[in-house]
Design a protein around this ligand. Structure first.
Ligand SMILES: Cc1cc2nc3c(=O)[nH]c(=O)nc-3n(C[C@H](O)[C@H](O)[C@H](O)COP(=O)(O)OP(=O)(O)OC[C@H]3O[C@@H](n4cnc5c(N)ncnc54)[C@H](O)[C@@H]3O)c2cc1C
Length: 457
């Protein structure tokens, strides 16, 4: 088979689909082929643990042209008072619908179960057939930050054949163990702990291996629509901390005092910041597990002992739950727009759907790569909190540079992927005006001060 297209998008995960959706909306001529090795769309969401949910609200996740969920505020349960968050099954259905919608335009062809060979050819992974593909404009790399999840990754430590070990997505089948050890300090580790607690496992039967501590963001301050003022207050707190912090330690202290960053154990220094969100309810429950092993990373898991960087502990017969996959890859930054190529990366920090759709818009609406790269410099996705200053300053500096780009500003104001899109409807309240004044009053100084702090860290 010989195919010909304007754009080849490599990756039918959230990023590839959000880019494709945005590009065909804003460029009425563009034709795309989207290819993915997986046989289902949605990227890593096809392989997640069944009890995962978005950590952020559905209202600003997905592709721009198709809402996800019904913009409902949960009235009960652990997310009460906050906007709904899609489950894995809802996300899988959603991405299947997105593919159907894109295909119905007649301008997008999605080839699942196909691998891009990077030499003008695609391989059908079911049949082994290789197809020639002519790309008239660009290849879009939507797998540069490809996600790694426990179901598909290879753990970075040795596992003895007789060790008691499961990846987190198989947890349900093994719930009858007398005790459990959760491996991993990130959001997946928190989810595994909460799942065990939800299934009436006593916290004393849970041990938690946390090689390093993570910072989490408070979901209550990343709310869209009717709760957008809560988010604005959060950003105002960021701007205040950014403008007034003396150094990196002071910055973290201010952010923690303002509730912008939070950690499981406030007595232990935390270094990791992947951008995962928790609410207070989840945080308090996770804190009930107090048997925490802090001896570095696991090197080897055996039936009777765990060997770690800085020592070993007996397993006590526990079932070990793997939550150690790294999530989004922190690949080095590279220009997003280059000859014949687009490499999807972050522009605004920690918002993959917004970034992918933004890049689709800019590709459609600007002519030359110099302008596109000026408007959308890559904002390196990193996992260390020492990068908070750099990455937040870069977001604000970049978005500030859009002041002279009315169509881009209009896109930002109108996209449902922008969590503050509804803010203008709420600016009548005194609370909103105070938050806005605080934000505007500090953000300029914050950029300069955060860049100074970043240069020193
Ligand atoms: C558990 C979890 C929860 C998350 N929750 C949120 C959240 O609530 N909110 C939020 O904003 N973000 C969240 N994230 C971040 C999340 O990673 C992104 O939102 C998004 O799903 C990432 O999509 P992606 O398309 O960039 O990557 P992926 O999902 O990794 O998709 C990349 C795709 O590219 C394909 N591919 C790569 N190379 C090739 C090739 N050569 N040929 C063919 N196909 C190829 C891969 O098969 C893969 O399917 C979460 C991440 C994780 C791990």
């Amino acid at each position: 088979m010989h195919l010909s297209t304007d754009y080849l998008v490599v990756g039918a995960g959230l990023s590839g689909l959000a880019f494709a959706d945005s590009l065909i909306t804003h460029d009425p001529e563009a034709e795309l082929v989207v290819v993915d090795r997986r046989t289902q769309p949605g990227g890593h969401w096809a392989d997640v643990y069944p009890f995962v949910r978005l950590h952020s609200p559905s209202a600003y996740y997905g592709v721009d042209s198709m809402p996800l969920g019904s913009n409902r505020i949960d009235v009960d349960g652990p997310n009460a008072g906050l906007y709904e968050r899609a489950t894995a099954t809802e996300l899988q259905t959603y991405f299947a619908d997105v593919v159907e919608k894109l295909a119905a335009t007649g301008r997008v062809r999605v080839l699942l179960g196909h691998e891009n060979l990077d030499d003008g050819h695609l391989r059908d992974l079911a049949t082994g057939e290789v197809h020639e593909l002519e790309v008239r404009r660009r290849v879009v790399d939507a797998g540069y930050l490809e996600v790694s999840v426990p179901a598909t990754h290879t753990p970075s430590f040795d596992i003895a054949d007789d060790a008691s070990f499961v990846p987190v997505h198989l947890l349900g089948d093994h719930v009858e163990s007398s005790s459990y050890t959760v491996l991993g300090a990130g959001k997946t580790g928190v989810d595994a702990v909460l799942w065990l607690l939800d299934h009436d496992v006593d916290p004393e039967r849970i041990r938690w291996v946390r090689p390093r501590e993570a910072w989490f963001m408070d979901r209550a301050r990343f709310q869209p629509l009717d709760l957008a003022v809560d988010s604005l207050e959060g950003f105002a707190a960021d701007a205040h901390a950014g403008a007034t912090a003396k150094d990196q330690d002071d910055l973290l202290g201010l952010l923690e005092d303002a509730g912008r960053l939070t950690r499981l154990d406030p007595t232990i220094p935390a270094t990791m910041w992947r951008g995962a969100m928790l609410n207070d309810h989840e945080l308090q429950r996770a804190r009930t597990v107090t048997d925490v092993v802090r001896l570095g990373r696991v090197r080897r898991l055996e039936r009777d002992r765990i060997v770690l960087d800085q020592g070993e502990v007996p397993t006590g017969g526990a079932l070990h739950i793997d939550c150690t996959a790294h999530g989004l890859r922190n690949a080095p930054p590279t220009p997003i727009f280059a000859d014949g190529r687009i490499v999807l990366q972050q522009v605004r920090h920690k918002t993959p759907p917004y970034n992918a759709a933004l890049l689709g818009f800019v590709e459609a609406k600007r002519d030359d790569d110099e302008t596109k790269n000026r408007l959308c410099p890559p904002n390196h996705y990193t996992v260390g909190v020492d990068e908070w200053a750099r990455t937040v300053a870069r977001t604000w500096r970049t978005e500030g540079s859009w002041r002279t780009e009315p169509d881009l500003q209009a896109w930002v104001a109108g996209t449902r992927l922008n969590l503050l899109a509804s803010l203008p409807q709420h600016l009548g309240s005194e609370r909103a005006q105070q938050a806005l004044a605080r934000y505007v009053g500090h953000v300029g100084d914050a950029v300069a001060n955060l860049e100074r702090i970043a240069a020193g860290s």
